[in-house]
Design a protein around this ligand. Structure first.
Ligand code: PLP
Length: 377
């Protein structure tokens, strides 16, 4: 293991920051043990006691993610939702949380549930609207929460500027970095206090692992979050930690290809007469293009398109694809398509004609041909 993970370049850290003892094996073992020998008065002898608190594979993954995100500590959870829920759970009762309007629908639903119990007061605004943000910050929220790029409309938010404004009123900033991944964006370096990831997406990378992570800029919440995870039982399983850690090792090269293919798809569809919009931050006329160019290394593997003729046209297109598969989730090697409004029912916020594309690692010419035949056929 490297002495100082922060001295390593990201691609190197993804491969060389393992904590699991390997005994010379190039692939780390999976520690399936639920319990570890301790001393007669519960003295920790081997670094771990019980796998609901932590486990060598979980700790290994956390070390790598923390290094990649330039964080202070990180915790891995059973899903991305569990990671986000754990952070919200640290807030005092009645805390105000300002969310950007374009938000993964699961977190919108969770915010509504917590509001109905009087746990938090969620507010949804356009965080790109400076005046609206100033107004909400005057209400002294505990937390501002955003994704960039957002799911599913791929809006871009200026993380550094929003972090500065939030900090000026004592609020923290949480960034859901699932779409960008640590390969493209380091929110903590831009001023965020917390980064959330669904490991289920690009980090796992093969649509076969469910997991989440929360990485923090400082240690203030480490004890509370670690205890909370242990008591709620929301920890990631050793096998899923092993899979996610394996995914991290190829993240940078997979994401580079996802980005190139997404760019090719967006360019091919841009201006198509049957589309009213192609959302991809890599396109020069995307409203967030210059901010994305400054805070991301590339523009990501997700593209959303809007059919000019609305919902029925979108469903018709989604029913004609042959290589893309209609399935939820994203970030795997295979290309997926999804009519998000149908997923979000009954609380739909996505445009009715929008189809979200998770552009995979297949040859981009085949992907473009598939989309065009489905659009025009
Ligand atoms: N954040 C974003 C942006 C997502 O797209 C998702 C899931 O689609 C999540 C969080 C939740 O992750 P998980 O499904 O691993 O709980």
């Amino acid at each position: 293991m490297a002495d100082d993970p922060k001295a390593l370049k990201p691609e190197t850290a993804a491969i060389h920051v393992p904590h699991v003892r390997r005994d010379g094996a190039m692939a780390p073992p999976i520690h399936m043990a639920t319990t570890f020998e301790h001393g007669p008065a519960y003295e920790t002898l081997h670094g771990f006691d019980y796998s609901r608190s932590s486990n060598p594979n979980v700790a290994d993954l956390e070390a790598r993610l923390t290094a990649l995100e330039r964080g202070s500590f990180g915790l891995a959870y059973a899903s991305g939702m569990a990671a986000g829920a754990a952070l919200l759970d640290t807030l005092p009762v009645g805390a105000r949380v300002v969310f950007h309007n374009s938000l993964y629908h699961g977190f919108r639903a969770l915010a509504g549930l917590l509001e109905s119990k009087g746990r938090i007061v969620p507010v949804f605004i356009d965080l790109n609207d400076g005046e609206a943000l100033e107004k909400e910050l005057a209400q002294k929220p505990a937390l501002v929460w955003l994704e960039s790029p957002t799911n599913p409309t791929l809006e871009i938010l200026d993380i550094a500027a929003i972090a500065d404004k939030a900090h000026a009123v004592g609020a923290k900033l949480a960034v859901d970095g699932t779409f960008a991944t640590p390969a493209l964006q380091q929110p903590i370096s831009l001023g965020a206090d917390y980064v959330i990831h669904s490991l289920t997406k690009y980090i796992g990378g093969h649509s076969d692992v469910m997991g989440g992570a929360l990485i923090a800029a400082n240690d203030a919440l480490q004890e509370e979050l670690s205890l909370g995870r242990s008591l709620s039982g929301a920890v990631l399983s050793p096998f899923n930690a092993w899979l996610a850690a394996r995914g991290l090792q190829t993240l940078h090269c997979r994401v580079a290809t996802h980005c190139a293919h997404a760019h090719a798809v967006a360019k091919a569809l841009e201006g198509h007469p049957r589309l009213s919009n192609v959302h991809y931050p890599g396109l020069a006329d995307h409203p967030g293009h210059s901010i994305a160019a400054s805070q991301m290394h590339d523009f990501g593997g997700m593209v959303s398109i809007e059919l000019a003729d609305g919902r029925d046209a979108a469903i018709a297109m989604a029913s004609k694809v042959r290589l893309f598969t209609n399935a939820t989730s994203l970030g795997g090697v295979e290309s997926l398509i999804e009519h998000r409004a149908s997923v979000e029912e009954p609380h739909v916020t996505s445009p009715l004609g929008l189809l979200r594309l998770s552009v995979g690692l297949e040859n981009p010419a085949d992907l473009v041909a598939d989309l065009l035949q489905a659009l025009e056929g």
